[in-house]
Design a protein around this ligand. Sequence first.
Ligand SMILES: N#Cc1ccc(Nc2nc(N)cc(-n3cnc(CCO)c3)n2)cc1
Length: 286
Amino acid sequence: QFHMIKHEDLTWKESLGQGSFTHIFRGSKTDQRDGVTHTTEVLLKVLDANHKNCWESFFEAASLMSQISHKHLLLVYGISVHKSKNIMVQEFVKHGALDLYLKKSMSVSVSWKLDVAKQLACALNFLEEKNIAHGNICAKNLLLAREGDPSSDNSPFIKLSDPGTSMALLGKDVVLDRIPWVAPEVLDTLEIELECDKWSFGTTLWEIFNNGEAPLQGQDLIQKQQFYEHFSNLPALEWTELADLIAQCMQYQPELRPSCRSIIRQLNSLITSDYEILHATGTLPK
Ligand SMILES: N#Cc1ccc(Nc2nc(N)cc(-n3cnc(CCO)c3)n2)cc1
């Protein structure tokens, strides 16, 4: 169920960093279509050689993304296996990971952030309708395809990346380090259900409205584990309606978390609320 890409059709460029057990590189792929050679810019995601045993899960994650297509889901062109290297070939998303973008550009507006949040909620709604849990929702896995800028009215556009290697295969420490994105119930079961993505959506909302700052930044694994043991919550945002939505998503009882439809409805009312005007001008419209 995968398109196999020949290694010689890939060109490798600079390293762009790393994820869990993976390294990512900018690159390009060439393919012949009706006798014409096409060169496409791609992102090459390579599974670390010392985690070769995870290759099924690595490709499982990718195949999840290539079985279904949606405008806010990352496009995976295929895989390439060469000697001991397992490579996922993804579309190259122009502006990269959202967490880094938010940290760099502190000047995105409240409506920009709400627009991104709504796009993520739509992607999750699409997955929920297909009963597919993603399992690794976070700002680092949101890729910015279009910046959108305040001057012209074009808005940002994001794509949800593949979930990467499944929790079951990641070491306990990697799972603990994903606190507070990973839902509390996952620590016991290592099973990902739809409700887990709602929890992670709440954490990601918190990140977006804190300009990409990681929640529980700098806390060690013990402190992170205690955060769940004490049923703690993230510091509430000033905007109470938004803080309420985050709190609804980050409820310790999975069945109490809102449906995607409810999340989208609440985001729509925040988008139409006067907060943006009040926030921008300090006064409410007459
Ligand atoms: N400067 C810069 C710059 C860097 C990267 C991209 N593009 C891109 N395209 C993708 N398909 C995936 C990613 N990506 C980034 N970090 C991860 C790991 C966490 O998911 C994945 N980046 C564009 C510009």
